[in-house]
Design a protein around this ligand. Structure first.
Ligand code: FMN
Length: 184
């Protein structure tokens, strides 16, 4: 098995986005375990609203889809906005529709880790569930462990403090395990 390519999608356009920082942390953990990684967040996914009727794609959107075509594992990260995945992240995921005629349709056969952040548990958990449902719709395999982060930490930044880094490491391990098991 060659070097795996881990691709993370999501975050917000906000400076110091906690969702983006969680995605970066997950990718860094994947790198320490031997993967190469690509982060698709912020300006890299700031696309026009997806429109299936319009075949014209920006260079950015075309590059995004090309990157996804080379992914061996995907990590999704969204904030909870009004109890749900943000429009910004959903729009980026709508562009995965451009892979509908690929030999590997959408995320078919790929392990997918999901991370949700919110200023409370209810939206964090609801958003995590939605990311997992979307993963199923895109034919991906959500890892058993998903990550819900309540960004209102009582003692500092939850993204930087255990248990979140430890849980991110467990989720990244599960993404790798998908390949260990499938090659048995
Ligand atoms: C438009 C909007 C709607 C939000 N709705 C909720 C919500 O329903 N429940 C919640 O707990 N937090 C909500 N939040 C807070 C965000 O989920 C939270 O701050 C998140 O961590 C922001 O992610 P970021 O740091 O990556 O930008 C909302 C924030 C915004 C801007």
């Amino acid at each position: 098995m060659g070097q795996l390519h881990f691709v993370a999608i999501g975050g917000t356009l906000r400076a110091f986005s906690s969702t983006e920082r969680a995605l970066r942390k997950a990718l860094a953990l994947a790198e320490t375990r031997g993967a190469r990684t690509t982060l698709l967040s912020g300006d890299a996914i700031n696309f026009p609203l997806y429109s299936p009727e319009n075949a014209v794609r920006s260079e950015l959107a075309s590059a995004y889809v090309e990157t996804l075509r080379s992914a061996d594992a995907v990590i999704l990260g969204s904030p909870g906005y009004h109890g749900a995945i943000s429009g910004f992240v959903k729009n980026a995921l709508d562009y995965v529709e451009d892979m509908n005629r690929d030999d590997r349709c959408y995320f078919d056969g790929l392990p997918v880790g999901c991370i949700a952040t919110a200023a409370g548990w209810q939206a964090a958990v609801a958003t995590l569930q939605q990311l997992r449902v979307i993963t199923h719709a895109l034919r991906g395999w959500p890892t058993p462990l998903g990550i819900a982060i309540n960004t209102i930490g009582e003692t500092g930044d939850p993204v930087e403090q255990n248990p979140i880094p430890a849980h991110l490491g467990m989720m990244v391990d599960q993404l790798f395990q998908f390949y260990n098991r499938s090659t048995l």
